[in-house]
Design a protein around this ligand. Structure first.
Ligand code: PMT
Length: 436
């Protein structure tokens, strides 16, 4: 399918450049010829010699080479190709392409070309998600540049997310699609179309923490369900077991924090080293949280009932044969998280809420963070199939002002430990509440 096609492969600097050996091999197997241009940075990762051996053609890198210019000028380099492929495309070369710079042979060729350009980005996930890079990508797409990838996965820099260069065979498929008249569809950059979500690999979680770094910090943690009385023997509640909230209280205490755990009725064991305040209703939970102020940290993991029964009966409601069942009038409960977030001078420096969602988890959590005025939201999917309520594991997104992280599925204890580590780092960085 690629027989006789001439590919000008432009390599910029990045560890993914090593994949170009395989890319050249695959293209040549399919009958294409490949000529390589390297940026100076690319020469730090792969050698011209290896590319030359695989492509069986001269490799170009010097804009000011008299010999090269006399043999093959930079204009001819692009004119003689059927397609230009930039792989790996670093954040730097994307920026230079978007700006129309021509400060080395690669960018000069790209500026001088009248041929189609296919770009395979490869960079650190945060560089890819940076608004500057996304704006450059958008500019290039608007000019007709096609993109393949980046893929999501573990990165050389020990992070996880979008930024890995597409695999050689994926790039080959995109090139074939181009020659069949189907250039790969440009997907809108994630940052522009919605919240950017950084996926955290299990191996990137954790990390060393100083011994008891939260000594001297006071924390309030809410946990478990609330019970809203209908009468002295009946109530409205939910399936929260307290496992997640209790684990958080224990994790903060293990790092030295002075923790008050305000908990609804649960049967899980009390975590070690925390002060426990047992409550039933949302009103009681709010009163207990207020009494525990001042605090540096508040983490609201309780599943607080949104409504209570107006005028709960003082005596047991009787079932009267033939009579209609009693009509319950519900009224809103106080919002403990919103109240703590707006508690003026007594506001904890870091207020963290949870969001229990069954659909649109991230979008709803982003809105909830704004609405409740807290600094972070830990969003979890509580659809029955997930088993989050009452189960031992949780899959969460951490939503802060700087973005959204998707954590892998972890034991609730591990979620708690990671969250406690984030709290430590937040205060290590000076506690710029909203920013981290
Ligand atoms: O207890 P487990 O079985 O381990 O399950 C854990 C959990 C699913 C209960 C927990 O991870 C969780 O998601 N807790 C929050 C449940 C909830 O009430 O979510 P929400 O989206 O309805 O509320 C948002 C936030 O506002 C929460 O921080 C909640 O504590 C708080 N809130 C809600 C209502 C209210 N009246 N006052 C509040 O403070």
């Amino acid at each position: 399918m690629l027989t006789g096609k001439r590919i000008l492969l432009i390599l910029s600097g990045g560890i993914a450049a090593f994949k170009c050996h395989d890319l050249i091999r695959r293209l040549r197997e399919r009958g294409a010829s490949v000529r390589c241009v390297m940026t100076p940075a690319a020469t730090k990762f792969v050698t011209a010699l290896s590319l030359q051996a695989l492509s069986e053609d001269k490799v170009y890198s010097d804009l000011f080479s008299l010999t090269d210019e006399s043999e093959m000028g930079h204009i001819e380099l692009s004119r003689e190709a059927d397609l230009l492929v930039v792989a790996p495309a670093s954040a730097n070369i994307l920026a230079r392409m978007a700006q129309g710079l021509a400060d080395d042979l690669a960018t000069t060729v790209l500026l001088a070309t009248d041929k189609a350009v296919l770009v395979a980005p490869a960079m650190n996930v945060r560089m890819w998600l940076h608004p500057a890079t996304q704006a450059n990508v958008e500019t290039l797409r608007a000019r007709g540049v096609a993109f393949i990838g980046p893929n999501e996965g573990a990165m050389a820099c020990n992070e996880y997310g979008p930024g890995r260069m597409s695999e050689p065979l994926e790039i080959v498929a995109a090139i074939e699609a181009y020659f069949m008249g189907r250039l790969p569809a440009s997907e809108p950059p994630s940052l522009i179309s919605g919240p950017s979500v950084i996926r955290m690999a299990p191996e990137t979680m954790g990390g060393a923490i100083a011994h008891r770094p939260l000594v001297g910090r006071r924390a309030i943690v809410t946990s478990g369900p609330t019970r809203e009385a209908i009468d002295p023997v009946r109530y409205i509640s939910n399936h929260s077991s307290g496992k997640q909230g209790h684990a958080i209280a224990g994790a903060l205490a293990a790092l030295g924090a002075e923790v008050t755990l305000v908990t609804g009725p649960v049967s899980v064991a009390d975590p070690a080293g925390v002060k426990i305040v047992r409550v039933d209703s949302a009103d009681d939970m709010l009163a207990a949280c207020r009494a525990a102020l001042p605090a540096d940290i508040a983490i609201c993991a309780a599943a607080v009932a949104d409504w209570k029964v107006r005028n709960a009966a003082h005596g047991k409601l009787k079932k009267v044969p033939g009579a209609a069942p009693p009509a319950l009038e519900l009224v809103p409960n106080p919002d403990i998280l919103a109240t703590l977030s707006a508690s003026g001078p007594q506001r904890p420096a870091l207020v963290v809420g949870f969001a229990a969602e069954t659909e649109n988890v991230v979008a709803n959590a982003l809105a909830k963070r704004e609405r409740k005025g807290c600094d972070w939201i830990v969003a979890n999917d509580v659809s029955p199939a997930t088993g989050t309520f009452g189960g031992d594991r949780n899959t969460v997104h951490l939503v802060t002002i700087s973005g959204v992280e998707a954590w892998p599925t972890l034991a609730k204890d591990a979620v708690a430990e990671e969250l406690a580590r984030r709290v430590v780092r937040h205060f290590d960085k000076g506690g710029a509440a909203a920013a981290s």
